[in-house]
Design a protein around this ligand. Structure first.
Ligand code: G3P
Length: 276
């Protein structure tokens, strides 16, 4: 499973890039708002171009803001034309269904935009996926990535049951039992279950679209996304860093540091001196 950073913050992107394990970046309008405020960004176009330069060689997803086919298609083309020349790494994020209101007749506008952008050779990351069926249609329309939102699926299952919860806490893959039934969203038991079903459907038909697990909020969820076969996980920086953490690792380090005998240290000192 590849690791992407879920952030539009240039400093965070540079930091994650310096770790040497980063294979992509995803942004959305909320992440751009957060970064613009945190870094007091004066010129957003220049800032985005800087992100793309820093990420040369790895894909960066930029999202449209329209909520109908025409706007999404035109914005996708505009974003690609304006920003892809910088480092040839732009993917356009298109919501699977841009409807803001139930019954507004725009359900299919997402897949139409995916199809039209794909026809122009523009790679699409289809976002806001909450059912395997949405993922299947996005892939058929030509999306290169589909982004199921695992954490928000867990939120939805808990919210629908009227539960109080902390968004960062681990949610069981197999779902939560309440009384006699296991809570679910039309047969989906958790965000990770959603990812697993998409992976299985894509495997059944040899669909090459990659499953990009999004809205991951804790290390265990990242592990579970990998276990069920997600191709990519997009993760906030604090979660990437917490993937490296374990109390026994720190305890082990303390022990090794304490037990180091002077003769052993000397070997390293000699080579350090040579380097100087
Ligand atoms: O990539 C999607 C992500 O940014 C949403 O995360 O934690 O707001 O559900 P979250």
């Amino acid at each position: 499973m590849k690791i992407f950073l879920d952030s539009a913050d240039l400093e965070e992107i540079k930091k994650a890039k310096s770790y040497g394990i980063l294979e992509g970046v995803t942004t959305n309008p909320s992440l751009i708002k957060k970064a613009a405020k945190a870094r007091s960004v004066k010129d957003l176009e220049v800032y985005i171009k800087e992100i793309l330069k820093v990420c040369k060689g790895i894909p960066v997803s930029l999202e449209v803001i329209g909520s109908n086919y025409e706007d999404m298609f035109n914005e996708g083309k505009l974003l690609f034309k304006k920003f892809n020349p910088v480092a040839k790494n732009v993917y356009i994020k298109i919501p699977i269904n841009p409807s803001l209101k139930k019954g507004d007749g725009k359900k299919s506008d997402g897949i139409k935009a995916i199809k039209a952008l794909t026809k122009l050779g523009i790679p699409v990351n289809c976002t806001l996926i909450f059912t395997p069926e949405q993922a299947l249609l996005a892939a058929i329309a030509g999306a290169k990535f589909v982004s199921p939102f695992a954490g928000r699926e867990d939120d939805f299952i808990r919210e629908s049951a009227g539960l109080k919860f902390d968004k960062k806490t681990h949610f069981p893959v197999e779902g939560l039992r309440k009384g006699k039934r296991i809570l679910n969203d039309n047969g989906i038991y958790s965000g990770i279950d959603l990812i697993e079903e998409i992976v299985e459907i894509f495997e059944n038909k040899d669909i090459s679209c990659e499953v990009l697990a999004a809205s991951l909020r804790n290390p265990r969820q990242v592990r579970e996304a990998a276990l069920v076969g997600a191709d990519i996980a997009t993760i906030p920086l604090d979660v990437i860093e917490s993937l490296l953490d374990h109390e026994k690792t720190r305890e082990g380090m303390k022990g090794f540091t304490k037990d180091t005998i002077p003769e052993y240290s000397k070997i390293f000192k000699k080579s350090k001196n040579k380097r100087k």
